[in-house]
Design a protein around this ligand. Structure first.
Ligand code: GAP
Length: 530
């Protein structure tokens, strides 16, 4: 079963080093996160899968990596200076600030309805380029990667000899000064986008829009997100972005959050290329482009058939890497009872959990929302025991839990049975797993086993595009559990028989079944399986 709460994912990411709050030792920076050792591997694998599918496996795509800093005029003519705003309100009572469309007229901090009128707040971060901070040095951090593609349209066309339709793909950082960053990686201020601008003949855009919708859903499926878990939201006209004629938002069913946007597929017409072009009056633009006196180029395509210069229309599939990462984790997440724990151990955990919840209820130092959240989660776990026992780890990682003295007792009672009778497993597709193979010696103090395991790790790793690790820091059962929790699909064990006949066992993460094969075949075995 996929994750049921966002906290399960937050707890796993923290525990196993997928994601850290940025500059945590100084109190962090709201809405900014760092990718830890496992997070960076999973994120890179997601990006590689996206790039492979959208660039290498198609013959109508080119790649690009444009700079984050761009001439400020880009953002004037793209329309972002004028329209990239969120409605901001202030709470007159507690002085907090909120996005008006997220709070239904009531301050989430103090409950007051004494709010200011909404006013536009531009979300682009500003910076100065060069040693003197004056009007000429002013620049923005890009709020989307897309504009880097539009302003390079002429360069790519001139150097690649492409004919319409063709696309340009790019993955890179984007920055938005979100009023209320929240929900872990879901709404942040610094994030990465995987964007495609696909240029088509005017009049064919609706057909391509549908084709891209299908292609993108197929990719989501290939990374483990079934179609049934994504709703397609046909964005109504009054919610469309300023550049869009029609947009399909792909809404993944996130734990705790429900259906939220993971990717937008917009039909951007000739708005962007038109807005960044000079001589607009000669271009027969259909979009209400921004009048442009600064551009030095006409971003057009010469159509050999009609012998005319035309401004292509654009279909734009745009996905956030962090939101994709969260969806992949949520879908892969599973807590399994491997063996039923004995009743006396369940009773001990039940008693400790009840005592913990009583202490939470009595604790007056906790903020009411923190207390309610702990009690609500704790009660749900209590009602579901013993199956819900692993969620006690998540409960104890929630804000405020560390202030409850009986939490230590609860951890003491629960940790043993959690380790012994349960496993958390990430059923990640092998091509996404941060680590594809882990190699263990059956005994860490046996020279022969250690030497063979280390050699095998090097042999599997050498020349492959996935990560293979060696580990001997625990008993085999514990090592398997640790790898299950981070989604490693194959664990290879070198045992005494290996020293005699050169075979090793390969354990499958999902079935927990082992096969014995020659060590020399392991690389092919794990490579051939995704
Ligand atoms: N170029 C089009 C564009 O930027 P968008 O819908 O604003 O469109 C595209 O963003 C994707 O970027 C979203 O579907 C989402 O996955 C991701 N995204 C946008 N804002 C984000 C934020 N503040 N935090 C995390 N991801 C975000």
């Amino acid at each position: 079963m996929p994750a049921t709460t966002l906290d399960q994912l937050v707890s796993l990411c923290k525990r196993r080093g997928f994601v850290f709050p940025s500059s945590e030792i100084y109190g962090g920076l709201q809405g900014v996160f760092d990718w830890g050792p496992l997070g960076v591997e999973l994120k890179n694998n997601i990006i590689s899968s996206w790039w492979r599918t959208n660039v290498y496996e198609r013959d109508d795509m080119e790649g690009l990596d444009a700079a984050i800093l761009m001439n400020r005029l880009t953002w004037r003519y793209s329309g972002h200076e004028e329209t990239f705003n969120d409605p901001l309100v202030d709470c007159r009572d507690c002085k907090s600030r909120w996005r008006a469309d997220h709070i239904k007229g009531r301050c989430p901090n103090c409950g007051s309805t004494n709010l200011t009128e909404p006013r536009p707040f531009n979300m682009m971060f500003k910076t100065a380029v060069g040693p003197v901070a004056d009007a000429d040095s002013f620049a923005y951090l890009r709020p989307e990667t897309a504009q880097g593609i539009f302003v390079n349209f002429g360069n790519v066309l001139a150097t690649s000899n492409r004919k319409l339709p063709f696309g340009i793909a790019q993955v890179g950082k984007a920055f938005r000064n979100e009023i209320n960053p929240r929900n872990f990686l879901f709404r942040v201020r610094e994030f990465e986008q995987m964007e495609i601008e696909y240029f088509v003949m005017p009049g064919t855009e609706d057909e391509w829009h549908q084709r891209w919708l299908e292609d993108r859903l197929a990719w989501w499926e290939s990374i483990g997100i079934p179609r049934a878990r994504i709703k397609i939201y046909d964005v109504p006209p009054d919610e469309l972005a300023h550049y869009s004629k029609r947009t399909f938002d792909l809404m993944y069913d996130y734990p705790t959050l429900g259906h939220e946007e993971v990717e937008g597929i917009a039909s951007r017409t000739d708005y962007d290329l038109g807005s960044h072009s000079r001589d607009q009056e000669t271009l027969n633009l259909t979009a209400r482009a921004n009048p442009n006196r600064d551009s030095t180029a006409r971003l057009t395509y010469y159509d050999p058939e009609s012998r005319r210069h035309i401004v292509p229309f654009v279909i734009e599939p745009s996905a956030g890497v962090g939101r994709c990462f969260l969806a992949v984790l949520a879908e892969a997440y599973d807590e399994q009872m491997v063996k039923a724990p004995p009743p006396e151990r369940v009773h001990a955990v039940t008693d400790a959990l009840e005592a913990f919840l009583k202490s939470v209820g009595r604790n007056e130092k906790l903020a009411p929302e923190t207390r309610d959240a702990l009690v609500e989660r704790g009660q749900a776990i209590l009602a579901g025991l013993p199956e819900t026992m692993p969620q006690i780890e998540t409960l104890l990682a929630m804000p405020g839990a560390d202030q409850i003295e009986t939490g230590k007792k609860l951890r003491g009672q629960a940790q043993g049975p959690i380790d012994e009778y349960f496993r958390t497993v990430l059923h990640l597709k092998p091509h996404l797993a941060p680590i594809r193979v882990a190699v263990f010696p059956l005994k860490r103090n046996h020279e022969g086993l250690v030497a063979m395991a280390r050699e095998l790790r090097t042999a599997i790793q050498s020349g492959s595009f996935f990560r293979t690790v060696y580990d001997d820091t625990g008993a085999i059962g514990k090592l398997y559990r640790r790898q299950d929790e981070i989604g490693t699909p194959y664990c290879v064990t070198v045992d005494f028989q290996s020293l005699e006949d050169g075979t090793v066992t390969v354990r499958d993460r999902d079935t927990m079944q082992q096969v014995r094969i020659p060590a020399s075949e392991v690389r092919a075995y794990v490579t051939g399986r995704g």
